[in-house]
Design a binder for this molecule. Structure first.
Ligand code: NAD
Length: 434
């Protein structure tokens, strides 16, 4: 099938590459000229395992192309996906201006006699599909035929390609049989379970799913606080809870909290949506509160050990919101670095993939950067692990200890084994375990 994707970021670009991989012809559109120029020059603007190879293969096979022109993308495509940002506003509600703008842009290029399915893949509040359809109707003067479908995306950055190629489920929300049939045809090669719903339910599924995952993280973090107060071990507790198949072990890792471009904004959005509908989802406010507490409690532990943070040389490993990505948006690691800098600490950071973006977007002003974990830790009076990158667990602990000024190790992601770290002479502190 011929597909157009508007917005070629983490969701749009990876989706486009995967649709091309299963045989569809895909045009990825983006209004960021630099991004499209890079893609046309064979450079992939984001880091995602396996993505670069996938893009190169499918460009060579002439199944994947890039343009800044919405008109060009929409003219050949039976199905047009919208994958633009839906950032939070200061009150937590969703800024839908990108979606509205794209709806108008699509409306301006729809032609009579052509039927198009417009698919919302961005994460949007329930009832946005209705507004997109109204907008297209209002701005298209030709009476062109179209249907709007909701198809939320559940990929995880860091394993987005495999998530898209082998999804747990595909949710298609629509009110038109014709549109749903085309969507099913697109997804047929993925051999995944498909759940067909109305548009409102599909939109709600995404916010409800992300909020539930965040709730699981805050739940185990609250349990970790109780473990710290009682001397229990949160990892053993999580194992014991997670072995129950009704609960599952995933998303039960205690740490300094969730971050990233999705969870914080989606939970805030779901709270705002529920309030607007007159049914405030107050449980989610507690999820947010616990999340914030985790970082504060962690910094308090560092402060307690160092007494005063001002002028202390602190190394931080990790900037990305999770491993295997270069995404530093709303990363707890970045927020932690900024908290330390704000207290006057002399911070040096290292991240395998995220430093460039953190510097480009001026997210860590006041901190120094290093090109290896050991270089960051040289002469440090404390080391913090803020993101659970696998290479950090493989660092030579003897070399690390010899290079640091004081062997104080704060593991915000429970990445290392406490006994091992202590056996190398570190004073080791982690989350919810002794
Ligand atoms: P992103 O910022 O990486 O990409 C969005 C792209 O849209 C950018 O390249 C931007 O230049 C482009 N864009 C903006 N306005 C445009 C326009 N008018 N025309 C063409 N291009 C335009 O964002 P993302 O992380 O891919 O997220 C997109 C949506 O998907 C959001 O709603 C997000 O919540 C949702 N989502 C994200 C993830 C994730 O892990 N990143 C997972 C599931 C869902």
């Amino acid at each position: 099938m011929n597909i157009c994707i508007i917005g070629s970021g983490y969701v749009g670009l990876v989706s486009g590459a995967c649709f091309a991989e299963v045989g569809h012809h895909v045009t990825c559109v983006d209004n960021d000229q630099r991004k499209i120029d890079a893609l046309l020059a064979g450079k992939v603007p984001i880091y995602e395992p396996g993505l670069e190879e996938l893009i190169h293969q499918n460009v060579s096979a002439k199944r994947l192309q890039f343009t800044t022109s919405t008109a060009e993308g929409v003219s050949n495509a039976e199905v047009v996906f919208i994958a633009v940002p839906t950032p939070p506003q200061p009150d937590g509600s969703v800024d839908l201006s990108y979606i509205e703008k794209v709806a108008r842009e699509i409306a301006a290029v729809l032609q009579p006699g052509q039927y198009r399915v417009i698919v919302d893949k961005s994460t949007v509040p329930v009832k946005t599909g209705e507004k997109v359809a109204d907008t297209i109707r209002r701005y298209n003067k030709t009476g062109a035929e179209f249907d709007v479908v909701s198809n939320p995306e559940f990929l995880r950055e860091g394993c987005a390609v495999s998530d898209l190629m082998k999804p747990d489920r595909i949710v298609i929300g629509g009110n038109s049989e014709r549109a749903i049939a085309l969507m099913q045809k697109i997804y047929e090669p993925f051999l995944a379970p498909v759940l067909v719903t109305d548009i409102n339910s599909a939109e709600l599924i995404k916010h409800a799913a992300n909020s539930f995952l965040a709730l699981k993280i805050s739940y185990i973090n609250a349990v970790a606080q109780i473990c710290e107060a009682s001397g229990a071990n949160v990892e053993k507790v999580a194992d014991g809870i997670g072995m129950d198949r009704r609960i599952g072990r995933n998303f039960l890792n205690a740490g300094i909290g969730y971050g990233g471009s999705c969870f914080p904004k989606d939970i805030a959005a779901f709270i705002a949506i529920s309030e607007n509908l007159g049914v405030p989802f107050t449980l989610l406010k507690e999820v947010q509160r616990i999340n914030r507490t985790q970082r504060d409690r962690f910094i308090a532990k560092v402060r307690e050990a160092l007494w005063v943070l001002k002028d202390k040389k602190i190394a931080v490993w990790g900037l990305t919101f999770k491993p295997d990505t270069d995404d530093v948006r709303s990363s707890v690691a970045v927020e932690l670095v900024n908290d330390l800098v704000a207290e006057g600490a002399d911070v040096t950071v290292y991240d395998p993939k995220g430093t460039e973006k953190a510097l480009e977007f001026k997210l860590i002003e006041g901190a120094k950067t290093a090109s290896s974990p050991l270089e960051a830790a040289r002469d440090a009076e404390a080391l913090i692990i803020a993101t659970e990158w696998k290479p950090f667990a493989a660092v030579d602990l003897a070399a690390l200890k010899s290079i640091m000024h004081t062997p104080l190790l704060f593991d915000g992601r429970n990445l290392l084994d406490p006994e091992t770290a202590r056996s190398f002479g570190f004073t080791y502190t982690s989350i919810g375990r002794e």
